[in-house]
Ligand binder design. Structure first.
Ligand SMILES: NC(=O)c1ccc[n+]([C@@H]2O[C@H](COP(=O)([O-])OP(=O)(O)OC[C@H]3O[C@@H](n4cnc5c(N)ncnc54)[C@H](O)[C@@H]3O)[C@@H](O)[C@H]2O)c1
Length: 446
């Protein structure tokens, strides 16, 4: 379903009217593609106070001594910065927060439309409440900046739990690229270390095998496409009834179609039988359904259908595949939650319970899966994404869903797919147990 309002606001009368009436003004987002492989401008690095890191933050762009990447021209000729990264890891007390203001305040008017602000902080300390206060302050700061910056710009906070800056490499690469266009106002906490990036940055998943459930259409089809673009061999699973759609998706990316209802008792066996060598590297639980009713009107059937597909099958297949050692070391599990699982939603007690359950699963399993299997477990939590699922939402609620976020528009399936590919990248080994919202900083559960 096309977002006609977004199109209208890009026309001269649309611009005039929305400004006059104070209506939301969504900026068209620049997403990754052949014509947009990077942000298209310099990245500026600033530090608030003294960095607590062991070395410089890993940024792909070569930085000049003043922290400005890219161009060697004079200040007057320099293009507008496309991104600013603030190293605030050393912020340890309220006085240090002045350094956050002085580092970013002068740049805010010049940051290009569609630009990125990434604040890199440290984990709030359990032993030092001054440091904890100052580091927690960065969260309120970043989330507010994400709300006010406008023009398709985003702001996110990355917390490092160790002084090793290399842990941030893949996350900075993602946040400082057009792949993160619909990720804003988020906090990602990185633990442990990260393996080096793949030899070919254009195909970080080369040689890897991925299984994507619910891949016939919508977000799942986009995930399968993006993983294949990044080099993975993809097995596309969907219900047998998805038939031609599933074949089409799998054929288009030279993948394999696996018609299977994920809730059937022997699903894990049949998945393993379909995997080359009986193993995979990337397991994406995307299949999901809604059966909305207020609890007063909800049958036990509607309740259990949703819990069975969205949560029980995710738990069961994850357990079965990990137990058999079918997920190779360095692999990843990415489950699909939802902002409904964070904020709750009228008529969705079953759905929100299932998606909150996915978050519980991820947070609990992640450290144990890393220790026992060398596998990361994370979730994406989409907000309002333009798919058949949301096209079925009544018009007024659909319009509200689209506008009630800092980017004032719905996301596209590819936005969730890019976030999934980032979490599935072996170079993202330091990202574990995280719930990454892909929601344009939705006001729901904000
Ligand atoms: N679209 C959104 O705005 C949104 C927001 C938050 C979360 N999500 C979640 O993202 C995921 C994908 O959503 P979508 O909008 O692309 O939905 P969709 O309905 O377009 O696609 C879901 C796919 O899952 C498949 N599926 C359902 N039950 C299955 C089963 N038992 N076994 C195998 N496959 C099954 C369906 O056949 C379908 O192809 C879901 O988990 C959904 O809950 C979507």
């Amino acid at each position: 379903m096309a977002d006609r309002y977004l199109h209208f606001t890009g026309t001269p009368p649309g611009r005039f009217l929305t400004r006059r009436l104070g209506l939301p003004r969504p900026a068209p987002l620049r997403r990754f593609g052949p014509a947009a492989t990077d942000l298209g401008g310099p990245v500026i690095l600033r530090t608030a106070g003294r960095s607590a890191l062991d070395g410089p933050l890993p940024l792909d762009e070569p930085l000049t001594p003043d922290g400005t990447a890219g161009t060697a021209g004079t200040q007057a000729e320099a293009p507008r910065p496309a991104a600013v990264v603030l190293d605030a890891t050393g912020v340890a007390g309220v006085a240090d927060l002045a350094g956050v203001h002085s580092a970013l305040h002068p740049l805010m008017r010049s940051l290009a439309p569609g630009g990125r602000i990434v604040v890199v902080g440290a984990r709030p300390s359990a032993d030092d409440h001054h440091q904890a206060a100052a580091q927690q302050a960065l969260e309120g700061f970043t989330r507010s900046l994400a709300k006010e910056t406008g023009g398709g710009r985003t702001a996110n906070l990355v917390r490092l739990t160790s002084p090793d800056p290399a842990a941030a490499a893949s996350t900075l690469r993602f946040l400082l690229s057009p792949k993160s266009a619909y990720v804003s106002g988020q906090v990602l906490e990185l633990t442990g270390t990260a393996p080096a990036a793949a030899a070919d940055p254009a195909r970080p998943l080369a040689g890897r095998t991925a299984l994507v459930t619910g891949a016939a259409r919508g977000i799942g089809a986009a995930v399968a496409e993006v993983l294949a673009r990044d080099g993975a061999r993809v097995i596309c699973l969907d219900v047998p009834g998805a038939g031609a759609d599933l074949e089409r998706t799998a054929d288009a990316l030279d993948g394999t179609a696996l018609p299977l209802d994920i809730t059937t008792g022997d699903a894990a066996d049949r998945i393993v039988a379909a995997l080359p060598g009986g193993e995979l590297d990337i397991l994406v639980h995307n299949a999901g359904i809604t059966r909305d009713r207020r609890l007063a009107n909800m049958s036990a059937d509607r309740w259990s259908q949703v819990l069975d597909v969205n949560l029980a099958a995710v738990l069961d297949t994850t357990d079965a595949l990990l137990k058999r050692g079918a997920v190779r070391r360095g692999g990843s599990v990415v489950a699909t939650a939802s902002i409904a699982g964070i904020a709750g939603n009228t008529g969705q007690t079953n759905y929100a319970a299932s998606k909150a359950g996915v978050i519980g699963l991820v947070r609990s399993l992640a450290p144990r899966a890393a220790a026992a299997h060398g596998v990361t477990v994370n979730a994406v939590a989409p907000g309002f994404i333009e798919t058949r699922m949301t096209a079925a939402v009544p018009l007024f609620i659909r319009e509200a869903g689209r506008r009630m976020n800092s980017l004032a528009q719905g996301g596209l399936p590819v936005d969730v797919a890019e976030a999934t590919a980032y979490l599935a990248d072996p170079a993202s080994g330091a990202v574990n147990g995280q719930v990454l919202r892909v929601c344009g900083q939705s006001l729901l559960g904000a």
